[in-house]
Design a protein around this ligand. Structure first.
Ligand SMILES: [Zn+2]
Length: 160
């Protein structure tokens, strides 16, 4: 009987502890965003690059490149999605708004990789230059990311 009572007391203690454990403070997402992302616009150099390097020559039908801000996983700065025929939508994560000039350029290069057919999706499988993509490769070693980072950096530096 005594043993059972002890057990009961321990259980109650544990339950009360769980209940009174303070919740971690929730930081509102807007407090983490350092710039007013709502005023950001693609720069002239982005628009020039879209015109000169992304669009096919006349008389081919141009692509529509659109962008929006979208809360994404906090480790993802942007996503490029080929969502319809000749339509690409770029999602930009407001957490990275302080470097959207770069992020947008990086995503535009992914758009170019998709338009040229270097980066291709078939069902759930992706191909990079004809070879099946191995998603276990770390981000920094993926050839399409190396290409996007390198060209985005050098293009933006050349425009400063
Ligand atoms: Zn990327």
């Amino acid at each position: 009987m005594l043993r059972q009572l002890k057990f009961l007391i321990v259980m109650i203690l544990m339950i009360t502890q769980i209940k009174t454990k303070p919740k971690p403070p929730r930081i509102p997402i807007n407090n983490l965003i350092s710039v007013d992302y709502k005023t950001w616009q693609p720069k002239d150099f982005h628009k020039e690059w879209i015109r000169d390097s992304l669009q096919p020559g006349i008389p081919q039908i141009p692509w529509t490149i659109n962008w929006e801000y979208q809360p994404l996983n906090n480790r993802i700065a942007g996503i490029t999605r080929h969502i319809d025929t000749r339509y690409i939508l770029i999602d930009l994560n407001p957490l990275y708004a302080y470097e959207w000039d770069h992020v947008f350029m990086h995503e535009l290069i992914h758009a170019q990789q998709i338009i040229k057919g270097d980066l291709r999706q078939e069902g759930d499988t992706w191909y990079w230059k004809g070879e099946m993509v191995d998603w276990s490769i770390p981000w920094g070693n993926r050839p399409w990311e190396i290409d996007a980072e390198k060209r985005a950096k050098s293009f933006i530096n050349s425009r400063k």
